[in-house]
Ligand binder design. Structure first.
Ligand code: NAP
Ligand code: ZN
Ligand code: ZN
Length: 350
């Protein structure tokens, strides 16, 4: 196995820095991938800084990965050298529990193996993600990337795309449905594009007045500044579904009040500190539902990539060299990115 060049966090309070290691030798069903591009998810920052209290250092983040297959194990049937592929947040699961049997590996009852900061089920080694020159993954967790899409702008679909696609499908976003997306960041801007392509009426909620025109360009029919009680009140009791992507603790009550009877708000944002518990009466008086959703399974991720291929949907990205990752994290914290950083992994090969 060639040396893998990467960037890693070595502790919660030190910047990411160069790190070298070796990937495992190919197992029978493994695919070796030369990483081309890796998106920068807010979850990478949460985990590099141990905000979810489960990081094992060094952490090599990155789970929005697009690359080319270079080698395959002796038993691999679905991929060959040269294929354009993607890897998202999952690289393994137990494959036998009821959730795995339903293709919902992200809810594996025995614990899925994350692309980074996970524990390999065979060797017990900690997994290292896509801020690296190559990757070795079981073919069952490798996705096909449509060749008609720009590969750099496709990388964010592997997490930001599927994390918004899955709840939009689960709760029936489509024609005749009013769908809200809260937060115009990496996840939120994909949520807007996907909900629009599914045929829903899309309303984007933002705290940033500077993003209003962009949100419309990206596909929102309406944009609401969530800090304005008047603008919020105008949408009271009207939403079928709200997908909340906000990466920080905030008051959920003003959004719950916008759901119609039997409407659902699903949380996908995963902040370091929990939101304050919402008012009970806001839920019970209209049988409203507060839900959560975690990324998506492998089959649904492939469905999402194919949907994006058919509709020409990719992420709006800012391409950066790996050496700029620490600046990118600081800018992400200030919501200063339009709308996803993607690392050009060639910058690690020089
Ligand atoms: P991001 O690009 O940083 O976007 C988050 C957006 O939230 C910001 O652009 C901003 O939008 C809004 N926001 C940030 N701070 C806020 C505050 N204090 N009050 C109100 N709004 C605020 O992050 P991301 O990569 O999209 O990830 C979003 C969250 O989802 C993260 O917590 C991440 O870990 C989580 N995540 C969850 C899953 C899952 O499976 N459930 C998967 C991936 C990521 P505006 O400027 O428009 O207000
Ligand atoms: Zn992510
Ligand atoms: Zn399982």
């Amino acid at each position: 196995m060639p040396t893998t060049y990467a960037y890693a966090a070595r502790s919660a309070d030190t910047p990411l820095a160069p790190f070298e290691f070796q990937r495992r030798a190919l197992r029978e069903l493994d695919v070796q991938i030369e990483v081309m591009y890796c998106g920068v998810c807010h979850s990478d920052l949460h985990q590099a800084r141990n905000e979810w209290k489960n990081s094992i250092y060094p952490v090599v983040p990155g789970h929005e990965i697009v690359g080319r297959v270079t080698h395959v194990g002796s038993g691999v049937t679905r991929f060959k050298a040269g294929d354009l592929v993607g890897v998202g947040c999952l690289v393994d699961s137990c494959r036998t529990c009821p959730s795995c049997a339903e293709g919902l590996e992200q809810y594996c009852e025995n614990g899925f193996v994350g692309t980074y900061n996970g524990v390999d089920r065979v060797s017990g080694d900690i997994t290292y993600g896509g801020y690296s020159t190559n990757l070795v993954v079981d073919e069952a967790f490798v996705l096909r990337v449509p060749e008609n899409l720009d590969p750099a702008a496709t990388a964010p679909l592997l997490c930001a795309g599927i994390t918004t696609y899955s709840p939009l499908r689960q709760w029936g976003a489509g024609p005749g449905k009013k769908v809200g997306i809260v937060g115009l960041g990496g996840l939120g801007h994909m949520g807007v594009k996907l909900a629009r392509a599914m045929g829903a009426h899309v309303v984007l909620f933002t705290t940033s007045a500077s993003k209003v025109e962009d949100a419309k360009r990206l596909g929102a029919h309406e944009v609401v500044i969530s800090k304005s009680p008047e603008e919020m009140q105008a949408h009271a009791n009207s939403f079928d579904l709200i997908v909340n992507t906000v990466a920080a603790q905030h008051d959920l009550n003003p959004f719950i009040a916008l759901l119609k009877r039997d409407g659902t708000m699903t949380l996908v944002g995963a902040p370091e500190h929990d939101h304050p518990s919402p008012q009970v009466f806001g839920l019970i008086m209209k049988r409203r539902r507060l839900a959560g959703s975690l990324i998506g399974g492998i089959a649904e991720t492939q469905e999402m990539l194919d949907f994006c291929g058919q509709h020409g949907i990719t992420s709006d990205i800012e391409l950066i060299p790996m050496q700029k990752i620490n600046d990118a994290y600081e800018r992400m914290l200030k919501s200063d990115v339009k709308y996803r950083f993607v690392v050009d992994i060639d910058s690690l090969r020089q």
